[in-house]
Design a protein around this ligand. Structure first.
Ligand code: GLN
Length: 197
């Protein structure tokens, strides 16, 4: 499976490194044509305002929205989750509005308030995931078709899935744990599964 990583700004190299560790080829996406042969796409963390400004400049807004609607797995981490969200508190331009979640940017404070927490993730076995939060968003609400996969002790949703769309408020590409990347890659099978009945 070839996985694309949106490479306009932010932590795309770290995702590519984690994928390589799992033996997966990845391509850096900087234009619509790069989306063609992909089986899955990661939108990395970084600065959501910057990425949202660059997406239309690279002709990617409609192609990315189409990709998200097409059923192939798409994973937004941190700023990437902000870009996937249907509704964002304080983003000064449109994101992709592809996933039925509302997020609040910088919900846990500033850069100095970055933290790590063990998060139990539904569908990811092997104990709590050591999640790294850097000026992270909070998933403030999620629509009916969205499953909350992980929460902080205070109840904040920090990982969610809607079909093959995955959003995490934290940075699984940092650190040493490939389980969430493996989980994401397994979502390809979600689409392949025939409808029941
Ligand atoms: N605070 C950033 C934003 O709103 C996201 C931070 C991150 O991706 N680590 O875009």
């Amino acid at each position: 499976m070839t996985v694309g990583v949106l490479a306009l700004q932010g932590g795309f190299r770290e995702h590519a490194a984690m994928l390589a560790r799992l033996g997966r080829a990845s391509v850096e996406v900087r234009g619509p044509e790069a989306l063609d042969g992909l089986e899955a796409l990661i939108i990395p963390g970084g600065e959501s305002t910057t990425i949202a400004r660059l997406i239309p400049r690279y002709g990617l807004r409609e192609p990315l929205r189409d990709f998200c609607a097409g059923g192939r797995p798409v994973w937004g981490t941190c700023a990437g989750a902000i870009l996937l969200a249907r509704e964002v508190d304080a983003l000064d331009r449109p994101g992709l509005a592809a996933m039925d979640i509302a997020v609040a940017r910088n919900a846990f404070g500033r850069q100095v308030d970055s933290f790590e927490a063990g998060v139990e993730l539904a569908g990811v076995g092997g104990g709590p995931f050591r999640a790294i939060f850097i000026r992270a968003p909070r998933i403030a609400s999620a629509g009916k078709g969205v499953e909350a996969l992980g929460r902080l002790a205070d109840g904040s949703i920090v990982a969610a899935r809607q079909g093959a769309l995955l959003a995490t408020a934290f940075h699984p590409e940092l650190g040493d744990d490939p389980r969430l990347h493996e989980y994401f890659l397994s979502l390809g099978g979600v689409n392949a599964r025939p409808a029941i009945g």
